[in-house]
Ligand binder design. Structure first.
Ligand code: AMP
Length: 383
């Protein structure tokens, strides 16, 4: 097995958003140096990193030069092409492997790989043209959701089909590109399992996290969703199965639907720390970013036990607009509860729907934690 990459070494992060920023914060805490590459300048990650390389992900020379100057390359942005990860891999280990990225950045490849591994998924069918869309609708029935195979997140590149006659309009809406049709799942709730796999194959996870969305964007996450023992065991088994079948080194999040029948189905996976795992920063001895760092550096994984109940509420750019006026939220209001913590990502422009930060609340019970996180956020809007 390769030697661990120890503090003092440089972590290379492809991508420069908030996920890279929080990974960089963990890396700095442990005495690593950080370099980030993305097309942005003064980015959320760049503000924390030692070096911020401004280059396009398709600039293979820049990626090679970047990789030469670091000890390990990881990513916080999924849509980096295989050519770029292959260019980086000439000079430094890429963790997780570029192949993991290649599979998970395309819904169809991801679903086919997970289905081949025997994991439970939302019923789906591949779509390459209008005829295959019509055949998929016949197979799966309506309502269904047509999702582009590549480059989609937070509900983007998706259209709901309520009846077969809407096929051609839906095909046009997604831009007549390779896609996947999914049955609409009548779910009870949505949850995720954030897990990590070390270089030696050790796997740990942070338990079941309940996720509530608003307008297709994650709004609230609450740790320790109490499901039955069998469902809890099934969720753990699914997450571990995904990590092992894809051979991931690092943190990965599996997003699941709990159906009205009590079954668990995978919606999608993200091969990196995830928004729903932000509550692990204050909620656990080793948060998901510190865990990612340990995993990609080949260090032993850390403790994922919860200190206490914890919930997280996202802060979107909409909070900067009140009654049509721009305002900077008064953060002291959110912090009036001493068990609330504030994270802001250093983004200059608060556009509606843009993730600007998050709040975590610690409490005695999960209901209280959720209430505290929501109350802290609501306090930002009161007069
Ligand atoms: P996605 O970008 O695929 O994670 O979709 C964003 C959100 O849309 C999910 O978190 C769900 O709330 C909803 N959604 C996506 N796919 C389905 C589905 N097959 N059935 C029901 N709801 C879905």
């Amino acid at each position: 097995m390769s030697k661990p990459i120890l503090p003092g070494a440089t972590i290379g992060i492809l991508g420069s958003g908030q996920l890279g920023r929080m990974l960089a914060q963990s890396a700095r805490q442990m005495g690593y140096r950080v370099s980030t590459l993305s097309p942005e300048k003064d980015s959320p990650t760049g503000q924390i990193a030692d070096h911020e390389v401004v280059a396009d992900y398709s600039d293979l020379d820049a990626i090679e030069q970047f990789a030469r100057a670091v000890d390990v390359v990881t990513f916080e942005f999924e849509n980096v092409a295989s050519e770029a990860t292959a260019a980086a891999a000439k000079h430094a280990p890429v963790r997780p492997d570029g192949q993991v990225l290649h599979i998970t950045q395309n819904r169809l490849r991801e679903k086919q790989a997970l289905s081949a591994a025997g994991l439970p998924l939302t019923p789906f069918a591949p779509v390459t043209d209008l005829a295959s869309l019509e055949a998929a609708i016949t197979k799966l029935g309506c309502p269904a959701i047509l999702k582009t195979a590549g480059f989609g997140y937070d509900g983007k590149g998706q259209v709901r089909i309520n009846q077969a006659s809407e096929a051609s309009a839906a095909w046009a809406v997604i831009g007549a590109q390779a896609a996947v049709l999914e049955q609409v799942v009548d779910f009870e709730l949505e949850l995720s399992v954030v897990a990590a796999r070390g270089l030696n194959g050790q796997v740990v996870d942070y338990g079941l996290i309940e996720n509530r969305h608003s307008q297709h964007i994650l709004d609230l996450s609450i740790a320790d969703l109490p499901l039955s023992a069998a469902q809890t065991a099934a969720a753990h088994e699914i997450a571990h199965g995904v990590l092992e079948s894809l051979g991931v080194v690092g943190v990965l999040c599996v997003e699941l639907f709990l159906t009205k029948n009590g079954d668990l189905l995978i919606n999608e996976v993200a091969p990196r720390p995830h928004n729903s795992g932000h509550l692990t920063i204050e909620g656990c001895p080793t948060g998901q970013f510190a865990q990612q760092l340990r995993a990609v550096c080949g260090l032993p994984l850390g403790d994922t036990t919860r200190h206490c109940a914890v919930a997280m509420a996202n802060l979107l750019g909409d909070l900067w607009q009140v009654d049509g006026r721009s305002q900077t939220p008064d953060w002291s209001r959110a912090l009036a509860n001493p068990r609330v913590n504030l994270h802001l990502y250093g983004k200059a422009k608060p556009r509606p729907g843009r993730k600007m930060g998050h709040i975590t609340a610690l409490a005695a019970t999960r209901e209280e934690a959720a209430q505290s996180a929501l109350a802290a956020r609501a306090a930002l809007l009161s007069n």
